[in-house]
Design a protein around this ligand. Structure first.
Ligand SMILES: [Zn+2]
Length: 391
């Protein structure tokens, strides 16, 4: 039997090395060329060539060290923060947000812009275009890309919103493509749960974790899974729609057209609906927070219903994917330690003990705005130099 060698094209090899160095700088911050040589095991000329190529592309920049070492001071390289910028756009049911960040992912808070979500697609696109133009004009550096985050089913082939159960004005549209043709900066459409997985892995509750699941329980119930270091996408990018598993065919109507989907009972929005029904008038998240902070608030049954259904979703995820961690993203329900503990208690009753013994439940630490930024950085890195794993 003859051994066959795998031939790797020099150009591909160069890209793989560049990707490795980019990922190191993304995870660890500024480093000298000597440090990159030691950490990567690559030769000095290889590191130099790769860094020069990334500098030329504008993905990195050189800076002086804050405390120069003795002897010949070496410059540090880092993800471009002053010479380059990226924009994150979050399209949510009631409110949209536009943020600007450097390639290191740090959001410049003083440039953040928020506006009420318009009621037509044309008005939404016009508003996003106007806000993007404003942040691009205000911020220094070259704009490398815009990440547009939606809580929707999107097709990876066409970058189209196939269906958005909670914001139907997006149905059938290609917001990133439409925005790109207006502002002439590369724009990418990102699914909220997938982008949140990336931001939690970069700087949140799953740093360095190769096997975890994220449940976004804000408006709808979405699932993102990183398994073996790779995001689970499914055949056409629509994996993770656990919120539309029907648990009660006679239940409340869901935005998808079915009745009794898990997300009608396992979200922040579901808790608001249950509490509103109990007191006979509609309340918002702020009022719900105030009511729930009172002792003997009278909503224990509603809290238990939501905790039980989130735990049901988490138990399915744990049993199917065997993650090391389940990260819960919530704007209301899981803010409180006791309510998070209630999900844990139900999960212990519903999930398989052998798998749960090695799995923790945690609150997310990043926002969807940060997710938009992490998502576009990932896309830009991937477009420049794909890794083997992301395929
Ligand atoms: Zn549904």
């Amino acid at each position: 039997m003859t051994a066959r060698t795998i031939r790797v094209e020099p150009a591909l090899l160069r890209k793989i090395n560049e990707r490795r160095l980019l990922e190191y700088l993304q995870m660890n911050g500024p480093a000298s060329r000597a440090m990159l040589r030691r950490r990567s095991g690559l030769t000095a000329p290889t590191v130099s060539k790769a860094i020069d190529s990334l500098l030329e592309r504008g993905l990195l920049e050189e800076v002086d060290p804050e405390q120069p070492a003795l002897g010949r001071p070496g410059k540090l390289v880092r993800m471009a923060t002053t010479s380059a910028m990226i924009v994150g756009v979050l399209i949510d049911v009631r409110r949209c947000t536009v943020v600007v960040a450097g390639m290191d992912g740090r959001i410049a808070d003083d440039h953040t812009r928020r506006f009420a979500t318009p009621d037509s697609y044309a008005a939404l696109l016009a508003a996003i275009e106007m806000e993007c133009r404003q942040v691009l004009a205000e911020s220094p550096g070259t704009a490398h890309g815009v990440g547009v985050v939606v809580n929707a089913l999107i097709t990876t082939q066409e970058h189209r919103v196939a269906s958005c159960a909670n914001l139907h004005i997006l149905d059938g549209h290609t917001p990133a493509h439409d925005l790109e043709s207006r502002i002439d900066v590369p724009c990418r459409l990102l699914k909220a749960t997938a982008a949140l997985c990336l931001s939690e892995r970069a700087a949140g509750a799953a740093v360095g974790c190769d096997d975890f699941a994220l449940l976004d329980m804000t408006t709808g119930l979405g699932l993102g899974v990183i398994s073996g270091g790779t995001l689970v996408k499914g055949r056409s990018g629509m994996a993770g729609e656990i919120g539309h598993v029907v648990v009660d065919p006679e239940g409340s109507p869901c935005g998808c057209g079915n009745r009794g989907c898990l997300e009608t009972l396992a979200t922040d929005a579901a808790l608001l609906r249950l509490m509103s029904t109990r007191i006979g008038r509609e309340i918002d998240a702020e009022e719900a927070r105030r009511l729930l902070a009172q002792p003997d608030h009278g909503f224990a049954a509603d809290v238990d219903t939501v905790a039980r259904h989130v735990a049901l979703a988490a138990s399915m995820v744990v049993n199917v994917f065997n993650p090391a961690r389940v990260v819960i993203h919530s704007d209301l329900f899981a803010e409180d330690e006791q309510r998070l503990a209630a999900i844990r208690t139900w999960l212990e009753r519903l999930g398989l003990a052998a798998i749960l013994a090695d799995c923790t439940l945690q609150r997310s630490r990043t926002s969807k705005e940060q997710a938009a930024v992490s998502g576009i950085i990932h896309e830009l890195t991937h477009a420049w130099a794909p890794s083997f794993r992301d395929g």
